[in-house]
Write a protein that binds this ligand. Structure first.
Ligand code: GDP
Length: 218
């Protein structure tokens, strides 16, 4: 997969520092512990591209990974190679840590909210939810921010290895129903898809890979 070319590109802690590249961005969002880091690593076929930040209250960053022409970090200002970058994968800070102090929580709510509402380059959102407890309040908040943009969402229902067949079917059905209830300001639902996913048992990896490539225009 072309996603296997993913390389660390940059870390951003303020909206003003978002990369200036005019290439499609696909952003991964999810509650902390939903399995986002593991999913990105599996999809990119790399063990340690992302590591989960396990420390509550730690400053959260947006991490960028580049696809194509990417074997150079942005700070090296290698313009020709940066020009070869075809897409960016964006690892948004995990949300929902219980013990984060108010100020840090506000900072990252703003960062997340502004990014998903206003980022022109954002071409799709990959929403990572634990298949056993999808649509927490913060997942819904994320969708409320994002839905008015009318851009596509693809949901990965992670840890599907923990569900039996019946539970899996129900989780997928519920997800499609809830996603269909979000509309843009004209009452039009955004384009959405959802699938079961397991990094552990390698369920749904090819499907997710194909979907992400399609949404990124790769
Ligand atoms: P993040 O906070 O969303 O980045 O979550 P992580 O990727 O760090 O995963 C959180 C926990 O869930 C870790 O203990 C993982 O080992 C576990 N996990 C991740 N993916 C799976 C999966 O597909 N199946 C199961 N059973 N556990 C998983």
């Amino acid at each position: 997969s072309i996603l296997w070319q993913a390389r660390f590109f940059t870390t951003v802690n303020h909206l003003r520092d978002l990369p200036g590249l005019q290439v499609p961005e696909v952003a991964f969002a999810g509650r902390s512990n939903a399995g986002k880091s593991t999913a990105i690593n599996i999809l990119c076929n790399q063990k340690k591209l992302c590591f989960a930040s396990k420390t509550p209250g730690r400053t959260q960053h947006i991490n960028y990974f580049s696809i194509g022409g990417a074997h150079v970090a942005q700070h090296r200002k290698d313009a020709t190679r940066v020009d070869e970058i075809r897409a960016l994968l964006v690892d948004l800070p995990g949300y929902g840590y219980a013990e984060v102090p108010g100020a840090a929580k506000n900072h990252w709510n703003q960062l997340l909210g502004n990014y998903v509402q206003k980022r022109d380059q954002l071409s799709a959102l990959i929403l990572i939810m634990d298949s056993r407890r999808p649509f927490t309040d913060l997942d819904r908040q994320m969708l409320e921010w994002y839905a008015p943009t009318g851009r596509p969402v693809h949901c990965l229902l992670t840890k599907a290895d923990k569900l039996n067949r019946n539970e899996a079917t129900n989780a997928l059905r519920l997800t499609n129903t809830v996603l269909a209830s979000y509309t843009d300001e004209h009452g039009v639902p955004f384009p959405f898809t959802a699938q079961l996913f397991s990094s552990l048992k390698r369920i749904g990896i090819e499907e997710a890979d194909a979907k992400i490539q399609q949404l990124t225009g790769l």
